[in-house]
Ligand binder design. Structure first.
Ligand code: ADE
Length: 236
């Protein structure tokens, strides 16, 4: 899967994408990242990319021309059709594991990162297919939210994680939070690992894990628990 990131701060994106699991996945060919500096596309002789907003108000706005031309340069390289373009903004719908799963089906995605007061609405109208937020709080720019989304999407791409099973059992994949986990030693600071996990009885272990997942979800995320119960009731 290929990710294009349009940004005024390419170094922020590069630092995240080149390291750890995502960096390894790019080296082995599962993922590729193309970071585009929007400033490279401005026609302004002083390399300016922002200006005051019409109608007044605080702050500067990213201008339509450099954003559109940077986006156009990526679309023109796309092998198959127009690429889905995600504008990272607190005004978008809230990102979830379900959206990550849906976006992981795409072959290529464009992420458009805003800064300052945002981007001229006309450029958004001509480029953006999806507006997505990572939560109800405001950050200084779109790079960190874009990295959050890319990380969540990329790890669902086959081959990115070594242990494919881990995306099946973890929190949210089945609408529940994950059960508690333990490793050696069997007793630490006087706390023993639950006996069932040492029993070797796989069926009992599965039952215990589901029970723990249900309890955890009910206690910590009652709204997720309710949705899970409603889905379960509909299926039966
Ligand atoms: N840009 C600034 N804040 C944001 C948020 N919460 N989600 C997505 N993009 C943003």
């Amino acid at each position: 899967m290929r990710f294009h990131i349009l940004t005024l701060f390419p170094e922020v994106a590069e630092a995240c994408l080149k390291s750890s699991i995502l960096g390894r996945a790019e080296k082995n060919g599962c993922l590729s990242f193309h970071v585009v500096n929007i400033r490279d596309y401005t026609l302004d002789k002083h390399k300016k990319v922002d200006d005051y907003t019409y109608g007044g108000g605080a702050g500067m706005l990213m201008q339509a021309q450099p954003v559109y031309d940077a986006w156009r340069s990526v679309q023109d390289t796309a092998a198959a059709g127009p690429l889905r373009t995600i504008y990272v903004t607190p005004q978008g719908r809230t990102f979830t594991q379900r959206i990550a799963g849906e976006l992981a089906q795409e072959k290529e995605l464009i992420f458009l990162c805003g800064h300052y007061e945002g981007i001229d609405e006309r450029a958004l109208e001509e480029t953006v297919t999806d507006q997505i937020s990572i939560g109800d709080y405001v950050l200084t720019g779109g790079e960190l939210p874009a990295m959050v989304m890319i990380d969540a999407i990329a790890r669902l791409v086959p081959g990115v994680l070594h242990n494919e099973e881990s995306t099946q059992t973890e929190s949210f994949q089945n609408g529940l939070l994950e059960y508690p986990q333990y490793s050696r030693p069997p007793v630490w600071h006087g706390r023993a690992v639950p006996e069932v996990l040492l029993s070797g009885d796989h069926k009992k272990v599965e039952e215990w894990r589901l029970e723990q997942s249900l309890r955890r979800t009910r206690e910590r995320r009652p709204e997720l628990y309710e949705a899970y119960c409603n889905r379960r009731d509909e299926e039966t």
